[in-house]
Design a protein around this ligand. Structure first.
Ligand SMILES: [Zn+2]
Length: 197
C-alpha cells in the first residue's frame, strides 16, 4: 500500500511516533472516514500557516506581535526568559504567571558551537531597556546548558534590571519542564529566588 507507507514515513518524523504508533494512527484515520481525514488535513495546514514567530518575544502567535505581547492587562515589568516557544504554553497553563515572555531559541553549548554571542542577547537587553523591565525570571531547563546560560545571563543583566530571579532551583536537575506537573510549576514561580551564583 503505497499511500499508507507515504503517510507512515511523514508521521514517523514526529516526536514519540514510531512504526507501531504511526500504523495505529493511520488505521484510526481510515476508520473515521474521508470527512474526518479531510478536516484533519485542513486543520493541520491551517495551524502551520497561521501560527508565526512573534518578532517581539520569539514565541508563537497568530498575530504579530503575539496575543501575549499585545495584551495590555499583562504585567509589563516582569519578563520570563525561556528556551523554546512551546515552553510558553506550559507556564500559561499553570495560570500563575501574569508577566510576559522572552524566548531565546537556543542555549549556550560550546560543544555544539553555540557561544554566548549566538543566543541573541542584544534582542533581550534592548527589550529590557525599551520596555523598562524591572524583573527578569530565568526559567531555563535544569541542564548543564540551561545553567550555563542562566549564569551568563545573570551576569550580563546585572545592573540592567532590579532583580534577576530563577525558578530552576525548584525543579529537579536534568528534567524537562514538559514533564513537570502544574502544581510544581506554580510553586516554582511562587517560590522563585533571587539569582545568586
Ligand atoms: Zn510576543
Amino acid at each position: 500500500m503505497e499511500q499508507f507507507e507515504k503517510l507512515k514515513l511523514l508521521l514517523k518524523q514526529l516526536p514519540g511516533i514510531g512504526e507501531k504508533s504511526a500504523e495505529r494512527l493511520i488505521f484510526s484515520i481510515i476508520s473515521k472516514g474521508v470527512g474526518y481525514s479531510s478536516l484533519l488535513s485542513d486543520e493541520i495546514k491551517a495551524v502551520a500557516e497561521s501560527v508565526k514567530i512573534c518578532s517581539n518575544c520569539g514565541g508563537y502567535g497568530e498575530t504579530n506581535p503575539c496575543e501575549i505581547c499585545s495584551d495590555k492587562k499583562r504585567d509589563k515589568g516582569i519578563l520570563m526568559v525561556l528556551e523554546r516557544p512551546r515552553d510558553v504554553f506550559l507556564f500559561e497553563k499553570s495560570k500563575r504567571y501574569r508577566g510576559r515572555y522572552h524566548i531565546l531559541g537556543k542555549l549556550i553549548s560550546p560543544i555544539d558551537g553555540i557561544t554566548p554571542e549566538k543566543i541573541g542577547i542584544e534582542n533581550l537587553t534592548e527589550r529590557i531597556k525599551r520596555e523598562e523591565i524591572k524583573e527578569v525570571i530565568l526559567s531555563l531547563p535544569p541542564t548543564t546548558e540551561g545553567e550555563t546560560t542562566a549564569i551568563f545571563l545573570s551576569r550580563t543583566l546585572e545592573g540592567l534590571v532590579e532583580t534577576v530571579s530563577t525558578i530552576a532551583r525548584g525543579v529537579p536537575f536534568g528534567s524537562d519542564f514538559e514533564f513537570i506537573d502544574e502544581y510544581t510549576l506554580q510553586r516554582s514561580i511562587d517560590k522563585r529566588q533571587k539569582w545568586t551564583d
